[in-house]
Design a protein around this ligand. Sequence first.
Ligand SMILES: *[C@@H]1O[C@H](CO)[C@@H](O)[C@H](O)[C@H]1NC(C)=O
Ligand SMILES: *[C@@H]1O[C@H](CO)[C@@H](O)[C@H](O)[C@H]1NC(C)=O
Ligand SMILES: *[C@@H]1O[C@H](CO)[C@@H](O)[C@H](O)[C@H]1NC(C)=O
Ligand SMILES: *[C@@H]1O[C@H](CO)[C@@H](O)[C@H](O)[C@H]1NC(C)=O
Length: 454
Amino acid sequence: MKLSSPISGAIFCILAGQGVDATIALDVKSSSSIRQAASTLAYDMVRYYTGNNTGDVPGNLPSPYYWWEAGAMFGALVNYWYLTGDTSYNNITQQAMLHQASSSEDFMPLNQTTTEGNDDQGFWGMTAMRAAETKFQDPPSTEPGWLALAQGVFNTQAERWDNQTCDGGLRWQIFTWNKGYNYKNSISNGCFFNLAARLALYTGNSTYSDWAVKAFDWVYNVGLISPDFQVFDGTQNTDNCTAKDRTRWTYNAGVYLLGSAAMYNHTNGSALWRDRTMGLLNATDVFFVNDTMYEPCEGGPKGCNVDQRSFKAYLSRWMADTAVLAPFTHDIIMPKLANAAKAAIKVCNGGDTGTQCGQRWSTGAFDGSLGVGEQMSVLEVVQGNLIDEASGWVSAVQGTGTSVGNPNAGGGDRRNPNGLVITLPTAADKAGAGILTALILAGVVVGTVFMILP
Ligand SMILES: *[C@@H]1O[C@H](CO)[C@@H](O)[C@H](O)[C@H]1NC(C)=O
Ligand SMILES: *[C@@H]1O[C@H](CO)[C@@H](O)[C@H](O)[C@H]1NC(C)=O
Ligand SMILES: *[C@@H]1O[C@H](CO)[C@@H](O)[C@H](O)[C@H]1NC(C)=O
Ligand SMILES: *[C@@H]1O[C@H](CO)[C@@H](O)[C@H](O)[C@H]1NC(C)=O
């Protein structure tokens, strides 16, 4: 994930279709109305996806979208199926996830390894976890299960926990040559915490809950979560994590909220995790203005970049899930999602279809900003209103979850994160292995030269 990308932002701020009458009807009290609206929103989102065209790469979105956002989009499509029952996009979603999972079963595909950060990998990992929790259509038996892919991401990230600086935490970046390697940020640690908590809930294995506790404690103790549960962006390890970038984002609040709700549920309702869940939920109030959800960059001088325009999707998604796992939050969360959805749908009267969504839900009409993030955000807040009708969270602990796991999934890059040693599994691949290794070594050399010459 990148902090800012003004160029791509400008490209996608196309002023088109403004003034078209609202064409998506939504009655948040009617599930058929919600399903109908979600279907239109999902259709307009998937139109951006080209990965299932002949010659294109499954799982990738075209420029200007980064790889992580595709992972997040497939998470929205798993949810779309789970909440509406519409299977239209299940096959492209399954294909995309399996293609990007990589041979090491941890979403570290070679095409991404020069730029991939812990948060990027984390988003794909949470999508695999969601597939396990909802009993999304399983991969064929020759492929790893959804649970195994989530475990693969967890395993690689647990090995990257960095005790060398700031007494712990994950760095933003995986590879030394990437800008942001010295940054320890809330989203990277939050994805890891969220995934660990949900793996604990699903499997009952205490390794995961121990790591969830450790990750939350580190983030809290270093001051990235304040005593009143505001979540700040991150901190540089170059000053021992003293100074903080205190920018707040909806998705950071959401990733810790759902992780805490999962720990609350896993611990059968402990007071500690109840307080944390409640505190984090109360702290989301800053993102609710005039009965709708608001991303602080919307009011800033530079606006929101392509990544940031998708963030409201994740707070919406994770609030709906929190209402299920921590039932004491249900009656606080559901009215907020209903009101936010009512406001959000009003901005979906733009683009060539006349149903595409803008970005700022507070404007009451399409604001000229079009894209995957805009679509995904409204889709998640609208479909989140169906959460009470969904079939329910499954787990291996309850005997309801059947996704195939592999506690040892994830590999290749684990022992030496900069070595990029990828093990190729089949004999047929062996001939290509030498070439691949050579290419990887060349990549490392280029990376090193780049670092020496600033
Ligand atoms: C890609 O998937 C979409 C949505 O399911 C579908 O409409 C389209 O026909 C697919 N394209 C190809 C080339 O299969
Ligand atoms: C990597 O890129 C190549 C060339 O574009 C493509 O054929 C391959 O499918 C990509 N692999 C993944 C996992 O995206
Ligand atoms: C855990 O979540 C389930 C729904 O999946 C819910 O029925 C149960 O009450 C929750 N447990 C606690 C302690 O709240
Ligand atoms: C629990 O998870 C850890 C980490 O993946 C693994 O090493 C261990 O074997 C698991 N224990 C069981 C009982 O599955």
